[in-house]
Design a protein around this ligand. Structure first.
Ligand SMILES: Cc1ncc(COP(=O)(O)O)c(C=O)c1O
Length: 420
């Protein structure tokens, strides 16, 4: 049933083959609303599973510490060239293993342990690696954090400016992991300029939207940009650092030899493929469809009495505060999963509950848009969510089964890349 097939794995290690198969079926039968996930194309899957995984390539093209780079050098240069063209930047490094090490490379390149770093607080929507206390970044650097306004749920730029001018951070991170609204890169650039800080835009969540023209670009505002490649950008698990010419060398040195050894060449190949796909008109349509779906889903949930942080969305992501529904985020997420709708529980800004048992759920539309669901499907999805949350609250297992069956029936008509 697999495409590409895994006949060798099925023979040599049926235990693993069966688990891979089970995961494929799970992804096929679920409405996947985790905002940071997607379905990559079969071409990206193929590139990931190649002999490139056999090769060590410490260093950069033309300056490696191992021989035999006749193929890897042009491959990495191809990925770099595509990244530079797609995002319109002077420099790209495609070697970071994932988003967290990419962000760590920025600290290593431009700050010293103990320096003051400003990021968005985790409970407000920032990422751990933006100097949150439990992260290595929060332990090794002095953290100052901005949040969102209580009345609007949107980033508090006045607070960010006040903190920046008072604390004079070395770096300012903008971007995050649970931000449903457009990030005002010019405003952050102005704050960084006034405070004498280096602005770093972490576009992990919205890179695909930026590539597809559905979110403004930080290029020209943030000299340093970090991103994962596996969320809206729809590539393999990986990351990139993008920058102007001035900041290129320190970033490269920070990735290798500063933090990492050999790049994952099979991932580099798959990043190149994903960047090629993201350069097409079809991807522009995809990026806009993600946002249209999110807006339609936000509207349908609002009509059913759900309270959305900031009142809606501008991008791929919706944050729901379930307080008025009398159910916490975790039991709601578990009930939804039982009913065939996969998402994650999440803190909401000013959440009175604990992070492991918060008030909200976070959802996003990148994966369902790849699957082919459209705006017309969103009211039905909101209805399923509502039925599942109500059933979960009442312990009605039969109702959860019914929703899951209805979802399986719908999704049977929407093919999944990599699974036939
Ligand atoms: C904004 C942001 N930055 C960085 C990361 C870290 O990426 P990774 O999980 O690949 O380390 C994430 C992951 O969710 C993220 O949302």
């Amino acid at each position: 049933m697999h495409e590409p097939a895994t006949p060798h794995l099925a023979t040599t290690d049926p235990q693993v083959a069966e688990l891979v198969s089970a995961e494929a079926r799970r992804q096929f039968e679920k409405i996947r609303l985790i905002a940071s996930e997607n379905y990559v194309s079969t071409s990206v899957l193929e590139a990931t599973g190649t002999v490139l995984t056999n090769k060590y390539s410490e260093g950069y093209a033309g300056k490696r510490y191992y021989e035999g780079q006749q193929v890897v050098d042009p491959l990495e240069l191809l990925a770099i060239g595509r990244a530079k063209a797609l995002f319109g930047v002077d420099h790209a490094n495609v070697q970071p293993y994932s988003g967290s090490p990419a962000n760590l490379a920025v600290y290593l390149a431009f700050a010293e342990p103990g320096d003051t770093i400003m990021g968005m607080a985790l409970p407000a929507g920032g990422h751990l690696t933006h100097c949150w206390s439990v992260s290595a970044t929060g332990k090794w650097f002095r953290s100052v954090q901005y949040g969102v306004r209580k009345d609007t749920g949107r980033i508090d730029l006045d607070e960010a400016r006040d903190i920046a001018l008072r604390e004079r951070p070395k770096l300012i991170f903008c971007g995050g992991t649970a931000i449903p609204r457009t990030i005002d890169f010019p405003a952050f650039a102005e704050i960084a300029r006034e405070a004498g800080a280096l602005l770093v835009a972490d576009i992990a969540h919205i890179a695909g939207l930026i590539a597809g023209g559905a979110h403004p670009s930080p290029v020209g505002h943030a000299p340093v940009i970090t991103t994962t490649t596996h969320k809206t950008l729809r590539g393999p698990r990986g990351a990139m650092l993008l920058s102007d010419a001035e900041h290129a060398k320190p970033l490269d040195k920070a990735v290798f030899p500063g933090l990492q050894g050999g790049p994952h060449n099979h991932t580099t190949a798959a990043i190149a493929v994903a960047l090629g796909e993201a350069s097409t008109p079809a991807f522009q349509d995809y990026a806009h469809a993600i946002v249209a779906n999110a807006k339609a889903l936000a509207e349908a949930l609002t009509e059913r009495g759900y309270e959305l942080v900031s009142g809606g969305t501008d991008n791929h992501l919706i944050l729901v505060d379930l307080t008025n529904k009398g159910i916490a985020g975790k039991p709601a997420a578990k009930a939804l999963d039982r009913a065939g709708i996969e998402l994650n529980y999440n803190t909401v800004p000013f959440d009175p509950r604990k992070p492991f048992d918060p008030s909200g759920i976070r959802l996003g539309t990148p994966a369902i848009t790849t699957r082919g669901l459209g705006v017309a499907d969103m009211p039905k999805l909101a209805e399923w969510m509502d039925r599942a949350i109500t059933a979960g609250d009442g312990g009605d297992e039969a109702a959860l089964d019914t929703v899951a069956a209805e979802i399986r029936e719908l999704l049977a008509g929407y093919p999944m890349p990599g699974w036939a």
